[in-house]
Ligand binder design. Structure first.
Ligand code: F6R
Length: 372
């Protein structure tokens, strides 16, 4: 059942190329760049008239939502609010024109409650969900199924990358319906999306051993910091969550630029700091973000912090600045999160295994949280 892998989590990490491929299958045309999401059941007019979107989700799915905000705002020029589903209904919220629930199981009580709150206020809801026929999909007006397949490990991995993939296709679809992306841009993005599964395979082939080695060095640490900027910040949060939930090491994700506003005080020679410092050379905003992140990295190394950088293939400049560099293939900024989370999953996995933790069944956690 684990197909030769020691744990479900490792099997599921390795299934990500397929999960991403199956989540785009039949939904994009490489020729025209068009996206097809017939199960959304919203008219072009509804999508054009939408003024705002509200996303609600929990845990890892909430991290996907935070990244999705960048995709939807950039491609569809639709302002997006992202809420913890567990907080949503306790403040008489003002839902946007469209609600979006993101959930692997479709049975998370807090997310069901957020959906009910939206529906009771007259907001149509969409769901990105991995389980067909689950509670949230039954109440949603439209659904995008993530075709990750059953996820057994409590720590979510392939469902997350499938959610990011679904969010990207949704953002592109909204952009096409709202006329905010050109046919050329659409073809380019669909082409880049189609290249992601092979890039994931390359990461799995090259970085598993590297993460295994890093785990030997860093598994005794008592705290970890994960830094990222822009759409990479939610991935820093996800890296920290993966590590804390399966290895029980205290970890925090932080926006790189906020370090100097307080957390720099934490840095010493014992603190491992994982910095996401990728870039898309074709995208000026991405390059600017990268340069700022490099100076944040220098602030960490100047205080003897031990930096593990996630960087883009061919970036040798960064190697001179940090202790360890894990290179991932280049991609457009909006698609990089799907790639950069994989080494963070592998790092958490190998550290947890070295510490003798029950990776698939972490203490105090359930796969599906059906109480509020
Ligand atoms: C973390 C994890 C949880 C879930 C959260 C929401 O690895 O799995 O944080 O993401 O409980 O669950 P779903 O997506 O089923 O609503």
């Amino acid at each position: 059942e684990k197909a030769g892998y020691k744990h479900f989590m490792l099997k599921e990490i390795n299934e990500q190329p397929r999960a991403v491929r199956d989540t785009t299958l039949g939904r994009v045309s490489l020729d025209s760049g068009d996206v097809f999401l017939p199960d959304l059941k919203l008219s072009t007019e509804d999508l054009r008239n939408a003024a705002t979107m509200t996303i609600a989700a929990c845990g890892t799915s909430w991290h996907a939502g935070l990244a999705g905000k960048f995709m939807i705002e950039r491609l569809a020029r639709l302002p997006v609010d992202v809420d913890y589903a567990s907080e949503y209904r306790y403040r008489d919220p003002i839902p946007g024109s469209l609600g979006l629930l993101i959930t692997q199981s479709g049975e998370t009580a807090d997310t069901i409650a957020a959906q009910s709150e939206m529906i009771s206020k007259g907001t149509p809801t969409l769901a990105i969900c991995n389980v067909v026929g689950s509670a949230i999909t039954r109440k949603a007006q439209g659904v995008i199924t993530t075709n990750a397949g059953p996820e057994i490990g409590v720590a979510s991995t392939k469902a997350f990358t499938a959610q990011l993939t679904a969010l990207f296709t949704l953002a592109l679809y909204l952009g096409q319906q709202r006329g905010t992306v050109t046919p050329d841009q659409s073809r380019h993005y669909v082409d880049e999306l189609a290249k992601i599964p092979a890039k994931l395979e390359e990461i799995l082939r090259v970085l598993d051993d590297r993460c295994h080695d890093l785990a030997r060095q860093f598994s005794p640490a008592s705290d970890f910091l994960f830094l990222g900027r822009g759409i990479h910040y939610p991935i820093a949060l996800e890296g920290a969550l993966k590590l804390k939930e399966i290895s029980y090491i205290h970890a925090e994700g932080y926006p790189a630029g906020e370090m100097k506003h307080g957390p720099n005080a934490l840095i010493d020679e014992h603190l491992p700091v994982v910095c996401i410092a990728t870039k898309d050379p074709a995208d000026p905003t991405s390059v600017l973000k990268y340069e700022k992140t490099l100076s944040n990295i220098q602030e960490v190394t100047a205080r003897s912090g031990r930096v593990i950088a996630i960087a883009t293939e061919g970036d040798h400049e960064i190697e001179g600045l940090v202790e360890h560099t894990l290179h991932i293939p280049a991609a457009p900024d909006l698609l990089l999160p799907i790639l950069e989370v994989v080494p963070l999953q592998l790092l958490a996995y190998h550290i947890a295994v070295r510490r003798g933790c029950d990776v698939d069944q972490p203490r105090n956690l359930a796969k599906s949280v059906t109480v509020e």
